[in-house]
Each structure stands twice: as structure tokens, then as C-alpha cells.
Design a protein around this ligand. Sequence first.
Ligand code: SAM
Length: 441
Amino acid sequence: MKLSQITSTLSELAIQPTRSLGQNFLHDQNLAEWIVETLGIQEGEPWLEIGPGLGALTEVAQRRSPRGTLIEKDDRIIEYLRERFPGLQVIHGDAARFDVRDLFAQGPLKVLGNLPYYISSQILFNFTREPTPVSAMIFTLQRELAERLAAAPSSKEYGGPTLLIGRRWHVKYLRTLPASVFTPVPQVESAVVLLTPRTDAPACDGARFDRLVKLGFSQRRKQLRKMLAGEIEDWAGATAHLGVPATVRAEELDLAQWIALTNYPEPAGGALPGLAQDVHGERFDVVDEQDRVIGQASRHEVHTRQLLHRAVHIFIFNRAGELFLQRRSRWKDVHPLRWDSSAAGHLNAGDDYDETAGRELTEELGVTAPLTQIGAVPACAGTGWEFVRLYRGEHEGPFRLPPAEIECGEWFTAEQLRRWIAARPEDFATGFLECWRLRAQ
Ligand code: SAM
């Protein structure tokens, strides 16, 4: 949008830009084009804009793909946005509190925004939390915040935000912007950053990583040994393992070293197994079409010859009635990275359904809970030729997820799942879909 268009739109709407909403409107059209171009929205791809304001970025993004969603807090411009962009979904709300889980139903999507500076950190933390369907984000931020996110170890900008966001996202500082590209002109400089999901960081317990980093940087001048005394018993062993002096400070450890510290002395749930799945020599009962045991076979044989066998699925609900789903690990031989029941697993030879359900709950989520059987699915292609018994239980978490088995997990409302499953069944393990249908009957 040109400066003259912004001025005339504001006067037609009879409104003044509000400082408390961080309203500084972009009037450099080349820059708007460059921001949208850099994000690389493809034809037909879903995207979401935070704080569209009068639509400087929106008009450019919409030309690339009509599948856009806007989240704007200012009620004075909602009607204007709906009229100007009738093909887009306009949400009147606070992006810092927006339920990002709603977006899974859209599939992988891109996010952009010239963020309101008073609340940029909260919006960033909301949109970078794990798990997420977001595949890339481009944001204009206050320059200091952008520098902190992209900082290198041992610099004064390096700190908690660098690591808390940097463990899951690559942050690229793209360019500094002069204040003069906005109206009204802000008192600070801005910078544009691009965030893309990080796939090169080793797995670790994310909650523990966040806790150690926050503690470590709570007094950044102090030695880490003192700050983490309650968390890491063998400090000499840990620092030797990392190859750093025992006197090290928080800002001197890079991301890989913080992850190694989180995993010391060994990662939660044990080491990653690699792709070999038959190492345990697992054997399953093979059954006939009435679910009667007729023999035994190895996991490999059962799967390659499509022999009928047995499994349990468990749905864990919290007090709010949300269902916990796990995302299967990338190492799985079947359905890697798909969303699945809270816990699930095969019956080993000689085991029964009830005891396997209890065991799987402990092995996969690290908890115990009373379980009730709520249904059964006969063996079919959807269950991978498994006779499945479905159990339900209640728990509030948190869970200890073994990284070898599970990538991550999340609670979802029934409505979120209903919409997501209808729109993108391919995101789910088929055995879960069979159980979900059973429950919905
Ligand atoms: N994207 C527009 C542009 O570049 O001209 C406007 C950018 S302006 C810096 C920030 C926008 O975010 C404003 O439209 C403001 O009303 C909106 N906003 C402020 N707080 C918000 C929040 N919590 N959630 C969503 N939008 C918010």
C-alpha cells in the first residue's frame, strides 16, 4: 500500500493508528513484495497473517494463493478486512492466545506478519511451540529481538530466547529496516527474520531442555555449575562429556552442547534405535479369522506376509475431555511421522490384551492409569491385519515420551480432530482412524 492509500483508508474508517496495538503500517510496496516473495507461498498453499492491519502484506500474499487466514485484534478494522478480502478467513482475536492446534486441519502452512512490537515475544512463543503444522514463518520484529533470536554463543544478545526457539527453528536474520518504511514512524529500528523448522538437532526431552536453559540464563554471569546444581548431579562428568571447563557459563554453550547436557547421562527413553526394527527379536501370536491363536511368527514375517495378529490401542483423555495423540517417530517402519492413538502396541506371543494395554501405556507415555476396554476392531487392511482392542483411560500428563518411538505428542479437542481427520486423513496412522471411527459410532 502507498502512503496516500493508508492515509485515505484511515480517514474513511475515521480511525487513528493506536500505539497500544503497535500499529505502524508498512508503506513500502517493494518491501511488501520482497517479504512475501521470500516466504515463498506457492499457488494454492495455505498461509496465515498475524496483524494484517490495513492489508499491506495481505494484498500481495493473496495474489500468490487465495487460501489465507488473517488474525487481527483491532475490532475497528475487522469489517474493512472482510469487505476488502472476501475470499480470506478473517479471525478477530489475539494472536498470542490463538489456538495453533486449529491449524493442523489446513496442513503445512506458512505464516507472515509485521508483528506489533509490544507483544512480539508472546506471539513468537505461541507460534513456535511444538508440535506445529507451520512450515516457515517470516516476521518483522524490533531489531533487538531479531538479533537475540539469531545470536551466536558468547555474544551479549545470546540467551534464553535464542535457544528456546532455536532448538526447533532455524532463525535467519535477513535484513534491517529503517523506521521510515512505516507510518506512523516507530521509534525503533526493525528487522526481518525467516524461521524454518530445524531438522538437524538431536532429540531430547524438550521440557527438560527448556527448564535447564531458563535456569542457566536466570543469572547469566554466574557459573552454570551453581545454577544447575539441583538438576545435574555429576557436574564434572557432564562438563567432561561436553568438552568444556567445569567453570563454564550459560552463554558459552552452543545449542548442540545444551542438548547434550539435557541428554546427560543418557537421553530420556534411551538411545535412538536407527532403522533396524527387528533387533528385539519380537515374536507375535498369529491368529485365525476368529482371533484364535494358530501359531507364532517374527514381527518381520507377520508384516510382510500380512498374517493376522493382535494389538491394543489406548485413548488417554484429560479432564477437559481432550484426547492425547502421539506423533510416531521417524524411525518407525510403519506409518513414520503420522499421528496415532495415545499409546498402541502389539501383543507379544503368549500375552493377553489387558496386560499389554497396561504395559504399552507405561512404555510409551511413562505413566500408569486404570484402563477400560471400550471396543474392538476386527483385523482388516486399515489395522494392518491386527485384531485391535481399544482402551480408554484418564491422565493429566506430563508424559515421558521415548524419542525412539515417539516424535512428540499433543492434546486435541474432539472438534479439532473431527475437522482435521475429515480434511487430512493422510496425516494419521490408519489403525488410529479405525479406532476413532469405532469411538464415534
Ligand atoms: N501488517 C500491517 C502492515 O504491515 O502494515 C500492520 C502491521 S502493525 C505493525 C501490527 C498489526 O497487528 C496491527 O494491525 C495491530 O492492530 C495488530 N495487532 C496488535 N496486537 C495484536 C494481537 N495481539 N493479535 C493480532 N493482531 C494484533
